[in-house]
Design a binder for this molecule. Structure first.
Ligand code: GLU
Length: 424
């Protein structure tokens, strides 16, 4: 069958412009000088590759892939690789910039990058994905490196792909280089706690925000949109702390239970059902659009970009939004959220637990030593809580919403570092 290019998504705000609009506001509040502004706004390097891969039917197909390095001011660039049929360069550019800000907010010594390949991993065999991953790695072998650019999983990729990437990179170097990639399987130098790290960080920042708002977790309700790695772990860990998860959703639809969904059961079900909740009996089906605007205290968007937009933001009832996904709120929705007095724990803060534990994995690889799960979780929690307090303090100081405060904290740090390092 001939591969069909996906149709472009209409009505979608350009994520790079969405990122830049917030960046501009924060830069103005900070009084950033023009020179630094120009340095920070432009991605350092954008690589487009076209890699030929032999498919199972013997035919060769050429895949387009990207690696965007937004900044290396704070250190080697860091960021995941996304496999999706609709991934596009401006999206990867935005995601790369968000990695720069995320690493700065959570105070780890990395710049930001992101990769992507236009492909549909769910319709490809494991062998095809392996050859594609190796071909992509091979074409970027001069970009990647433990002191240069360190990839990790993102949507459509996981430990399996990271293992192939590490192996392919290591082959070209003639020795095993664990630290070139994070999010690896445990036996290959992965870190304990990495798989659940993003969801755990979402839970930690949700609880920190609830504390500021005087909300009691055990008397609060939430919905989690997206039940992949981030959403499922966030839901499970929030439920363990007493939050009643009334609704969850994935690509198969949205699921609601007035008494709270049994998250452990939902995870067990999805794990035995190809990763999907389709047919889950512990809840009623509901309209996916209505899930986002349901009458709950906390909304956790944990899937893709641009789900909270001017088309539905008016109807949102939650008091608190905790962004597990990257860019789930479109720029145009920000003002209405602020007018409604909803607190947002923005993506570059709320989901930074993933890259934080990636950093711990890289540190362990370089030490040649393994930390206990307790050590990983305790340190990640400390990083998250400190980052939350930094952003909260900036929001008070500058009298801005948490999102702009997070950009202020990040831009200020990168700008200061740039001043010390200097340019040409
Ligand atoms: N893809 C994840 C993110 O968006 C993780 C990146 C990493 O661990 O380097 O934060």
């Amino acid at each position: 069958m001939l591969y069909k290019e996906p149709a472009p998504i209409k009505d979608r705000e350009n994520p790079f412009e969405s990122m830049m609009s917030r960046f501009n506001i924060a830069a103005e509040v900070l009084g950033l000088d023009e020179e630094t502004y120009n340095v920070l706004k432009s991605p350092t390097r954008q690589v487009i590759v076209n890699v030929p891969v032999t498919m199972d039917d013997g035919k060769v197909r050429v895949f387009e892939g990207y690696r965007v390095i937004h900044s290396t001011i704070l250190g080697p660039s860091k960021g995941g690789i996304r496999y999706a049929p609709d991934v596009f360069l401006d999206e990867v550019k935005a995601l790369a910039a968000w990695m720069t800000w995320k690493c700065a907010v959570v105070d780890i010594p990395y710049g930001g990058a992101k990769g992507g390949i236009i492909c549909d991993p769910y319709s490809m065999s494991s062998g095809e994905i392996e050859r594609l991953t190796r071909a992509y790695t091979s074409s970027l072998v001069d970009i990647f490196g433990p002191d240069q650019d360190i990839p990790a999983p993102d949507m459509g990729t996981g430990p399996r792909e990271m293992a192939w990437l590490m192996d392919e990179y290591s082959k070209t170097k003639g020795s095993t280089v664990h630290a070139v990639v994070t999010g690896k399987p445990l036996v290959l130098g992965g870190s304990l706690g990495r798989v659940e790290a993003t969801g755990r960080g979402v839970m930690v920042s949700a609880l920190a925000a609830m504390d500021k708002l005087g909300m009691d977790p055990s008397k609060s309700t939430a919905v989690v949109q997206g039940f992949g790695n981030v959403g499922a772990w966030a839901a499970k860990l929030m439920a363990e702390r007493g939050v009643k998860i009334l609704g969850v959703s994935d690509v198969s639809g949205a699921y609601w239970n007035d008494n709270g969904i049994d998250i452990e059961e939902a995870i067990r079900y999805k794990n035995n059902n190809n990763g999907r909740l389709q047919g889950f009996q512990g809840a009623e089906m509901m309209d996916s659009d209505d899930l986002l605007t349901a009458n709950v205290d906390v909304l956790v968007p944990a899937a893709v970009e641009d789900v909270i937009t001017i088309h539905n933001v008016d109807k949102i009832q939650a008091r608190l939004i905790v962004e597990g996904a990257n860019g789930p709120t479109s720029y145009k929705a920000d003002n209405i959220i602020n007018e409604k007095g909803i607190m947002v724990v923005p993506d570059i803060l709320a989901n930074s637990g993933g890259v934080t534990v990636s950093y711990f994995e890289w540190v362990q690889n370089r030490m040649g030593f393994k930390w206990t799960l307790q050590r990983v979780n305790d340190r990640a929690e400390r990083y998250m809580k400190e980052a939350f307090e930094r952003v909260y303090a900036a929001s008070q100081k500058y009298e801005v919403p948490m999102r702009i405060a997070a950009y202020i904290v990040a831009i200020d740090k990168v700008a200061m570092t740039y001043k010390y390092r200097g340019g040409f």
